[in-house]
Design a protein around this ligand. Structure first.
Ligand SMILES: *Cc1c(COP(=O)(O)O)cnc(C)c1O
Length: 353
């Protein structure tokens, strides 16, 4: 007979994660960040308000729940994930909550502050070079230690509920009228896929747009209809854009993929922070730029409605990078022309690209 995994420990762990989902991590909608007359408005769904500061809070919680209800995570199981980003912080938070040992496998060039953050949660960091080796290393470590490889890219779809408890469901409940567009980025692709599924499930007419940075495979894949498209190049916008099309991304259920130049993403991030008092990370800039472009299309077609941008994380992790002018020019970002486009559009309603 199989060892009984649904122990009292597992019951308590599952209850704690469900409590987080039901109450702790419902995020606010910041309304009217931008408006064009009475008819077009842009709102932000603020995922930086998650207890661990990013959209990855939801995904990591769902992956842990999936592991628990599947019997892959038991009392004392070492949980392993390959990530240099926000997912590691979310995993640290939940691993501490559930008293699970965890290992974050990260690229060797990961910022030391990120490593410290993991260690403060009691996790162990494994630094690996080249960066793309993090996935097989994480799988191997889990195998060797009898642990569980979380595998967010591979398991996002199995773990995420498109019926209830997702970003899109919350957005619909928070809006008085059905938005015209939901605009998000795609890393694993699960936020966009869940949005598309949930909207069909509830019969809403809202459309889904994915805002895609340079080097990402999602825009060329969506535009050509070729799911195997792979740029093989890393994105420079943290959290979004991938060198290949990840399994959770579904081109059939997104209505548009909008390519956004990286300098435009950063300009939009700065515009939000400096002109609108909305301090978010660069992936939110990518989404906001795409929302402004979609708004310009609505305006010229005489279409009214709201656009909701899913803001993936906050300013905090980017103070000494994307928010630092010297860093930006050292990296070759010229944001001025893009800032002027946004300011001109906000002032006169003319999109000058
Ligand atoms: C992961 C991430 C996204 C994209 O979310 P997916 O659901 O994985 O496609 C957007 N913004 C940030 C900051 C992220 O970390």
């Amino acid at each position: 007979m199989a060892e009984r995994f649904h122990s009292d420990w597992a019951r308590t762990a599952i209850a704690a994660l469900r409590e987080d989902a039901a109450s702790v991590s419902v995020t606010p909608l910041r309304r009217d960040i931008e408006r064009f007359g009475e008819s077009i408005r842009i709102h932000l769904k603020d995922e930086s308000a998650q207890p661990t500061g990013s959209l990855k809070h939801r995904l990591v919680r769902d992956l842990l729940l999936h592991g628990l209800v599947s019997g892959d995570i038991r009392e004392g199981t070492t949980v392993v994930e390959a990530t240099g980003g926000g997912a590691a912080v979310s995993l640290g938070y939940f691993a501490q909550m559930l008293v699970l040992p965890f290992v974050a496998v990260m690229p060797a060039r990961t910022h030391p502050a990120q490593v410290e953050a993991i260690e403060r949660f009691g996790g162990r960091c494994e630094l690996v070079d080249p960066p793309l080796a993090i996935y097989e290393t994480a799988a191997r470590i889990a195998e060797e230690q009898g642990g569980h490889y979380l595998d967010m890219f591979g398991r996002a779809e199995a773990a995420t509920d498109w019926r209830a408890g997702n970003v899109t469901g919350e957005v619909l409940a928070q809006c008085e009228t059905e938005p015209r567009w939901i605009v998000c980025g795609a890393g694993t692709g699960i936020t966009s896929a869940t949005a598309g599924r949930h909207l069909r499930y509830v019969g809403a007419d809202t459309q889904v747009a994915v805002a895609d940075p340079e080097n990402s495979s999602y825009f060329p894949s969506w535009a050509t209809g070729y799911a195997g498209y792979a740029t093989g190049m890393p994105s420079r916008i943290p959290g979004i854009g991938r060198p290949r099309v990840e399994p959770a991304f579904n081109a059939e259920i997104v209505d548009a993929v909008v390519p956004v130049p990286d300098a435009a993403s950063v300009a939009a991030m700065r515009y939000l922070a400096e002109r609108r008092g909305a301090e978010f990370g660069p992936s939110t800039g990518t989404c906001f730029w795409a929302a402004m472009e979609l708004a310009s299309g609505m305006q010229s077609e005489g279409v009214a409605g709201d656009l909701v941008v899913v803001a993936g994380d906050g300013k905090q992790s980017y103070r000494s990078s994307f928010y630092d002018d010297a860093w930006l020019s050292a990296k070759g970002f010229d944001i001025e022309p893009h800032l002027r486009v946004l300011e001109e559009f906000a002032a006169s309603g003319r999109w000058t690209i």
